[in-house]
Design a protein around this ligand. Sequence first.
Ligand code: 5AD
Ligand code: SF4
Length: 469
Amino acid sequence: MLKPHLEEARKRTKSLVKIEDFHIRDDLKTLGTGKTYFVKTYGCQMNVHDSENIKAILEMMGFSETFDMMDADLILLNTCAIRENAHNKVFGMIGRIKHLKEQKPNIIAGICGCMAQEEVVVNEILDKFSFLNFVFGTHNIHELPEILNRAMHQKNIDIEVYSCEGNIIEKMPAKRDNKYKAWVNIMYGCDKFCTYCIVPYTRGKQRSRRFDDIISEVKALKDDGYKEVTLLGQNVNAYGKDLHLEFDMSDLLEAVAKIGIERVRFVTSHPWDFTDKMIDVIAKYPNIMPYIHLPLQSGSDRILRLMGRRYTKKSYLELFDKIKKNIPNVAITTDIIVGFPSESDDDFEDTLDVVRKCKYDSAFTFIFSPREGTPAAKMKDETPLKVKEERLHRLNELVNEYALEANKKYLNKTVKVLLDEESDKEGCLAGYTETMKLVNVKAPKEMLGKIVDVKITEVKTWSMNGEIA
Ligand code: 5AD
Ligand code: SF4
């Protein structure tokens, strides 16, 4: 048994990152023959892509996918630790698994992902949910075959979580959810240590993938007919810094654009590392999409300092304006936390002020959730929940107003949409504009996977409707 350890997870050393290729032992390739698996994913795109790797590994072992948990021989929850409500959802699901295991004791069930990296969570599992068969973390997805092999042949729960800085595993297989757009990891982990955030503890130190490995992956995706790639990292703008080489994120972005895949996106950007060179590259290449997610978190300098964000309201607004001015037609979205410890009405007004100035295309808004082990969890927090909820409500009203305003500019315009899935709306396909607006388009299924000109006929706050132009 290897339990997670918070102190170990916090450590950062100068030790070299080990890069290994994924490998599966021949004798484990039949472990799942005739059996089904159900994977449920919580959290961010990083987790979504991890699940794509997990599913491919399970299929290499002979398992086949089921979308009904009741039918599954193997159940795996890929969890998120970012806020308390993500936790609660997972524990609710574990309760359902308990019932299921009472009826079908042969089911194998376990959890992985960011929650598995948390000491408090693993202790709670050992205490109350030890009917689970296995727990592994974000650092050892590649060991899934061995972990399952043990779990399937022993009675006790198998816990194998590394609280290390992390390595890089290349040649991981992926069963991609979408045939036209793909996630590509460019880096793992995070060294920013914003005081509210659990990610540097759950995902290890910042490790950039080798330039050539990323380029080969994108080239292969293009050859396979993919139209869009999204370069993924907690902090993509810091790409390459840990490699101490000559190139940075702007060079990588440029090289990826030159491969000629139709659409290139990237998430998430920290305002701290956003260089002028990045802005120039985005503006220069028509296949780099004019869409940037630029988390603000707070508009108050005092709160930003407490959060450890290393920018001010003024410098954020300067960067914002520079991006807007230099990238034609760019859409910018953001993340905002309300109710950070000691946030006053005045601090919150500063946040509203930034939102009024930036008029974001959209924003993800959250109430601060203390994460055990992070510095902010220990800060004095006297604001009542009710006040935080009121702030969130006011913020959301403002955000929605601007989101609708931004969308209204699209009415009767013709825009390019990559139709990438069937829409919930009858007879429609759904897809995104270059600026990441969701559009439902009346179109036959044969148009799936095509980038088409769409005339926008109706706009709402969260989506638009259109017809083929
Ligand atoms: N509480 C609330 N929101 C958080 N986020 C990250 N950590 C916390 C927390 N402890 C938000 C940030 C981040 C987004 C992914 O989640 O806004 O950008
Ligand atoms: Fe993603 Fe962060 Fe949630 Fe982990 S904790 S799944 S990195 S959002």
